[in-house]
Each structure stands twice: as C-alpha cells, then as structure tokens.
Design a protein around this ligand. Structure first.
Ligand code: NAI
Length: 480
C-alpha cells in the first residue's frame, strides 16, 4: 500500500487529501499538523473549515484510509510521498518584507523530513512557493541525507475556496513539475499514478520544476488582473453612465477573452492573490525586471483603490460623515461559501468606516464573532511602506457588534453595505429591512447582488459598483 503524508491540515491540505483518500482506497493518507486544535477539529463533527461537500468526503474515509494526526515525525518517516501544504505568507520583516514569501514553515518542515526519514521519499510542493524553492528544499534535504534519495516535485494547487471539492473532483488540470532525470521522471510518474485514479490523463500536465512553480504564481496573477481590470472599468462606468455588467457581458462574449471572472466588486481578497502577486513582484525585482514588477504591482494598487473608493462613496453619500451612524455590514468572508476572512476586502472597508467613527453591525453566515474581532483588531501590513504601520485604536474596535442575521444587523441602521455575495443576500426581504432603518436609507452593494431598481422602488438610495448612479449620488462631488 502506498502511504501518503501531508504536512499542513489547512484549506488546501485537508480537502486535497480527503479527495485523494476518497478516490484512491488503496492509498493510506495521513494529514499532520503542528496545530493540536486543528487536528482535533478534523477528527470531530465540526471540521475546522467550511467547504461545501467536504463533510461528506471526510466522513466517508476518515478512520478507513484517511487519518488526521499530530504525530508528524512518525507519519513522515513511514510515508512514500510527502505533500507539504504549509502556509507561505508574505514576509513582514527583514529582507523582502512586504513582498517576498516567508518560507519559515516550509524550511522547518523540510528540516524535519531530513531528520526523521529512513527511506527514499518523494517530497511534493503543494504550497505556493517562489520559483526555485525546490532547489533550496533539495539542498536542505540532501545536505542532511544519510544516503536517502529525495525527489522534489512541484504540484501547485489550483482549487478555489468555496468550490474546492468540485475543483478537486474535476480539475481543469493537474500540474506536476519534476527534475528531467530518470529518477525525476519516475517520481513524476508515481504522482501521476495517484491522480490517474480519477483525473483523465490529458488533464495531467508535466513540466520542469521551475515552470510548475512559476505557473501557479502566473495563474493567480492573471486571475487577479482580470478582477482589477473590470474594477478599473467599473470606476469609469460610474463616471460615464455605462453599466459594468453590460460592459463585462459584451467584453466576455469575445471568445478570446471569455465570460468568467469579470464581476466587478469591492475588490478581491483571500489568502493567495495579493500574496502571490507580491511574490511575483519581488522575484521580478530580484531579477532586475523593474518594469515587469511595476506592471503586476498595479493589479494590487487597483484593488486597494477599489476598496478606498467604496468607503469614500459610503461616506460622501451620507452627507460626508458616518460619525455616530450605524452601518450594517452584510458579509465578512472574502467570498461566498467559505468562512475564510484572510485579506477579505471587508476588513479594509470596515476599518475605513471605523476611522470615520461609524458604528458597525456585522453579519456573516459562516464567520465567527471571534474571527471578526481578531481581524479588525489586527494591524494591516502596509506592503508599500513597511515602516508606517497604522494601528487600529481599541476604541474603534468597540464600535463593532456582531449580529445573528441580516435583519438584526440592519435594524436602526442608516446604511447597509453588502460585502460578500452570499446567495441569501439576494433573497432578503428588503422592504422589511427598509422599514426598520433610519431614513434616508442607503444600500451600498459591493458585490452587485441586489437589483438596484427594485430597491429604489422601495425607497432606498442605492449605490452598486459600476452601475449608473442614483440622482442623489450624481449631484455629489466625484469620488476617485
Ligand atoms: P493554512 O494556513 O490554512 O494551512 C497551513 C497549515 O500548515 C496550518 O494548519 C499550519 O498549522 C500548518 N503548518 C505550518 N507549519 C507546519 C509544520 N512545520 N508542520 C506541520 N504543520 C505545519 O494554509 P492554506 O490556505 O491551506 O494554504 C497552504 C498553501 O497552499 C499556501 O502556500 C497557499 O498559498 C497555497 N494555496 C492555497 C489556496 C487556498 O485557496 N487557500 C489555493 C491554492 C494554494
């Protein structure tokens, strides 16, 4: 029986290994993590992450060929294939702070593998890492080797949170990079054999190591770039009277462009896009490619601009001040169908409103109260000016309350901001919400989930990203 061990039981490690275990009954899969709480949650009825379809998959295999454990060394030493799926955040201090990937967790995992291994291993980079990381990992492993043969593969993960299970069951492609040596090719084949249990062969791409590592960064940069492109156009739509949904539809009808990932919004979030682009920027700079670096930097700058623009719209619409006003925030996760709040635009929007002394009441169907309070109390890292951190005042955090539903959040509010596209926000009884709000009642739709005309008919003043402006907003000074 082939034994797989995955180091890192997070958003990637957990679902990915659950699918491998489900599709490969002949393989034993153990997911290990240094976090005792995370492993306990994976072994309980309340999994540590929310992902549609994940509960079912875990329940079907847990205790059979899928295990979650904190006994990292034992399972690493017994495994044939070791996936490393630890977090690779942006460095916040030292060389490359604010851009480079922090490989501390990766390096400590690699050193531990070198320490405990007694037999040959295939080590798979599942985390997103800078190009050439495999070379560094190879050095760590082989310098301590004791005659053990290690093959490093790059197998970046392309799943998207919220649709992780369907992405894993039917991936557009699986990418495997390896050394172009007989041993390297053998290792690539061993990993191909795992995926071949359910992924058609023509969807399993093999490349050299560096292409695989760079492809992941490039794919995320392209995806984020599409969002920033349509968001840049949304600002122009508001200034000219065009409708961003109509523009996106017309643009996306061109088969060279395609219709996906063209929804204008308050901005992208999630743990990956910003971090991976910053990483790309850093690698470009390190290679002397400052023009390339500046090009990709703009994708993040437009994203920050979009979040600021949204806050400015809210404040300017409400007579240039939200001080003492109650704003209901519907949605805090970075997208629907996940409870993940890493880099969610809601953090920046809420902080912007709090700085203007608003009182905010937040409702999200999947994000816990603790998580929201933690996110709002944490200082934002200013990646362009790492030395000027802006602390969040403790009094500002007191201006936040958490509501158990959208109606409660909106009760007595002056304005409602929709910041995540949860389906339930489309179906709310907006008449009831309107009746319970202060007048004039505002809705600021950061995800284009409501029909502005229907809400206007109820009496709301509505701002929707990239849509023709309400006469109320048109008469105000331009927001840039
Ligand atoms: P995560 O933070 O949810 O999980 C990482 C886990 O690794 C944590 O539970 C942590 O305790 C554990 N860990 C860290 N160091 C360890 C060590 N030395 N030994 C054992 N466990 C250790 O991170 P997530 O979101 O799963 O991301 C992992 C990697 O996958 C990152 O590089 C990310 O960029 C990449 N990725 C993430 C995607 C996402 O949608 N979240 C999608 C595709 C790639």
């Amino acid at each position: 029986m082939v034994k797989i061990c995955c180091i890192g039981a997070g958003y990637v490690g957990g679902p990915t290994m659950a699918v491998i275990a489900l599709k490969c009954p002949s393989i034993e899969v153990v997911v290990v993590d240094i976090s005792v709480n995370r492993i306990a949650a994976w072994n309980s009825d309340q999994l540590p992450i929310y992902e549609p379809g994940l509960d079912d998959a875990v329940k079907q295999c847990r205790g059979k060929n899928l295990f979650f454990s904190t006994d990292i060394e034992k399972h690493v030493s017994e495994a044939d294939i070791i996936f490393v799926s630890v977090n690779t955040p942006t460095k916040t201090r030292g060389l490359g702070a604010g851009k480079a990937a922090d490989l501390t967790y990766w390096e400590s995992a690699a050193r531990m593998i070198a320490d405990v291994s007694k037999s040959d291993k295939i080590v798979v980079e599942k985390s997103t890492v800078p190009v050439k990381t495999a070379e560094a990992i190879e050095k760590i492993l082989t310098h301590n080797s004791k005659g053990i043969n290690y093959q490093i593969l790059s197998n970046p993960e392309f799943l998207a949170e919220g649709t992780a299970m369907q992405d894993l069951f039917k991936p557009d492609r699986v990418l495997i990079g390896g050394r172009e040596t007989p041993e390297g090719r053998k290792a690539v084949q061993a990993l191909k054999d795992v995926y071949a249990h359910w992924v058609p062969e023509d969807r399993i791409l093999t490349t050299n190591l560096w292409s695989a590592e760079l492809s992941k960064l490039a794919a995320n940069a392209f995806l984020a770039q599409r969002i920033s492109s349509i968001n840049a156009i949304s600002a122009l739509c508001e200034a000219t009277g065009a409708n961003v949904s109509e523009v996106a539809y017309a643009v996306g009808k061109d088969s060279r462009i395609g219709p996906k990932f063209l929804n204008a919004s308050v901005g992208f979030g999630g743990s990956c896009f910003q971090k991976d682009i910053l990483n790309l920027v850093y690698i470009s700079e390190c290679n002397g490619l400052s023009v390339v670096a500046n090009y990709w930097k703009q994708v993040i700058q437009i994203n920050d601009y979009q979040k600021n623009r949204f806050v400015n719209r809210v404040v300017s619409s409400m007579f240039n001040t939200v001080s003492g006003k109650k704003i209901a925030v519907l949605g805090f996760a970075f997208k629907k169908d996940t409870g993940d709040t890493r880099e969610t635009p809601a953090i920046d929007v809420c902080k912007g409103l709090l700085r203007d002394k608003a009182t905010i009441s937040i409702y999200d169907p999947q994000v816990t109260d603790d998580q929201i309070q933690r996110d709002l109390a944490t200082n934002k890292f200013d990646w362009d000016h790492p030395v000027h951190l802006q602390p969040m005042s403790p009094t500002a955090v007191k201006q936040v309350s958490i509501a158990w539903d959208a109606y409660e959040a909106a009760k007595g509010a002056h304005g409602v901001c929709i910041l995540t596209e949860w389906d339930e926000f489309k179906e709310l009884d907006y008449r009831r919400i309107y009746d319970d709000m202060q007048k004039p009642a505002f809705v600021f739709d950061g995800r284009n989930v409501v029909d502005p005309e229907k809400l206007r008919a109820i009496g709301f003043i509505v701002y929707a990203i990239g849509k023709p402006l309400d006469s109320w907003l048109k008469d105000l000074p331009a927001v840039a």
